[in-house]
Design a protein around this ligand. Structure first.
Ligand code: ATP
Length: 471
């Protein structure tokens, strides 16, 4: 059994199977921006739906929000992004390729066999390490002086004349949670919520990332699934532990990730307002090891206090039982939707040898996406054995029985063996073959993806069988 070996293989496989395409490919592509193809969007939607189900539908204390990408520019002053959301940038003097200085320093120490915690390094310290050690670019050339580079993307809103006036500057949001903070009061009041409660949101975020050669792991436009849990300060520790565990369990139980490929990483250096911060990391083989997937942070009352200060609007909570007013504290869970999708694909991608080579006959192999059935883009493929009109009509009849409950695909091209392989590769749990006997016995053959076992069932029972076995 083989797994994906590198990003190049991953990229071309994801393209060939309609999961992910480079954006604007016909124009040569746009760095670190990707489009999700017909299979990719179905998978992405399924992951998002599972997240909303676990975070909102199955709980009674979390509600959803869809806030706008553009917010009042003061939002980013209050949040600290306008002044401090930056990475340290260095440029190769010859090739003009740009790098994150902290990444080069980390690689430098790794090559020496030393571990260094970059969370603990200030931009000035990073610059000094580069100087002191004469660190060069990966191409062996000199680097420019390190400088801070703000990751926020700026644009202008408003009509014509004033368009380039500084007053009209707005930012494409760099994280979705700020929209939650700005609507905290409206949501609490209009939904009549009592602490503790959460607000969850899935949406696009934009960061002008410096290094952009990690496929969909780090892109300049991406989606976050964030939840802010508002609570009384004395409950932080308990609530933090509950969310930390709940989020790890979700990756294992709902996305089907092997727990050995996941781990917690504690942040040793916390921002001054935070009381705890952990990442959940996944062992991305194609990226060389464990990398951040999700952050779980105890953020105190910092966010609502900042927005109270900058807006003049009181973002507090009245505790009727105790007759006191205070600003709620927040525990946040923040996971990348695209990174989750990358993890799910990498985890599920498997190359199996079905038969070893014998004499002149080469080995028989298949690529199968062993994805959780609930996440599979297509749940059932309907395959008439030939293009005879009677079989086509029968196959369409079967599809009509299923299409209201699940995503199906009708395929009559190529040999049946090739069509099975195609469905295996995109993770379709069930292939339904309609053959000449089906015309007489009104039964079809259902093949299961992982075991490749086949059962013969009356057409009338197919829907229930598949619905039962998709769970
Ligand atoms: P990193 O250290 O990898 O840059 P971060 O700590 O800045 O990430 P957060 O701001 O905590 O990330 O964002 C929460 C989540 O959003 C991350 O765990 C990740 O899954 C996702 N995310 C952040 N930046 C990107 C990006 N550029 N592309 C894709 N997903 C991202």
């Amino acid at each position: 059994m083989k797994k994906l070996e590198n990003l190049e293989q991953f990229r071309s496989w994801a393209k060939e199977n309609a999961f992910v395409y480079a954006s604007s490919e016909i124009y040569g592509g746009l760095s670190a921006i990707f489009d999700y193809g017909p299979m990719g969007i179905l998978l992405k939607n399924n992951i998002q739906r599972e997240w909303e189900k676990a975070m909102v539908q199955e709980r009674s204390d979390v509600v959803l929000l869809d806030s706008a990408i553009f917010m009042h520019p003061k939002t980013w002053v209050a949040s600290g992004h306008a002044a401090g959301f930056s990475d340290v940038l260095v440029e190769d003097k010859k090739t003009h390729k740009r790098y994150r200085a902290d990444h080069l320093v980390e690689e430098f120490y790794e090559q020496k066999g030393e571990k260094v915690d970059m969370d603990k390094k200030t931009p000035e310290e990073i610059a000094q390490i580069i100087k002191d050690n004469g660190i060069k670019s990966p191409d062996g050339n000199d680097l420019t002086e390190p400088r801070n580079f703000n990751l926020m993307l700026k644009t202008n809103l408003g009509s014509t004349d004033a368009q380039f006036n500084d007053e009209n500057v707005v930012y494409a949001r760099a994280e979705t949670c700020q929209g939650i903070y700005l609507q905290y009061k409206n949501i609490q009041e209009t939904m009549r919520l009592k602490l503790p409660f959460g607000i969850a949101q899935v949406g696009k975020a934009f960061r002008n990332e410096i290094v952009a050669r990690q496929f969909i792991f780090r892109t300049r436009e991406f989606e976050q699934m964030e939840m802010q849990y508002f609570h009384k300060p004395e409950d932080t520790e308990k609530i933090f532990e509950e969310w930390k565990q709940a989020r790890m369990d979700w990756h294992v139980n709902v996305l089907g990730i092997n727990p050995e490929n996941l781990r917690f990483k504690k942040h040793e250096k916390l921002v001054f307002y935070a009381s705890a911060a952990y990442d959940i990391e996944y062992n991305f083989g194609t990226l060389g090891g464990f990398k951040e997937l999700e952050g779980i942070h105890a953020r105190s009352d910092y966010d609502l206090t900042q927005h109270t200060k900058f807006s003049g609007e009181k973002l507090d909570y009245f505790d009727q039982e105790r007759n006191v007013r205070f600003i709620p504290h927040i525990v946040e869970t923040s996971v990348g939707l695209n990174r989750s999708l990358m993890m799910v694909l990498e985890e599920a991608w498997t190359q199996e040898t079905l038969r070893e080579p014998q004499g002149d006959t080469p080995a028989d192999t298949r690529i199968v996406l062993k994805i959780k059935k609930s996440l599979a883009p297509i749940k059932a493929a309907i395959l008439p054995l030939s293009k005879k009109p009677e079989l086509q009509a029968k196959a369409r009849e079967v599809q009509d029985l299923l299409k209201f409950d699940m995503m199906t695909q009708y395929d009559e091209t190529a040999s049946i063996g090739k069509r099975y392989r195609r469905q295996d590769e995109i993770g379709t749990p069930f292939c339904i073959t309609v053959d000449f006997d089906s015309l007489n016995d009104n039964a079809v053959t259902i093949r299961e993806r992982d075991s490749m076992e086949q059962v013969r069932l009356p057409i009338a029972e197919v829907r229930n069988y598949i619905l039962k076995n998709l769970k």
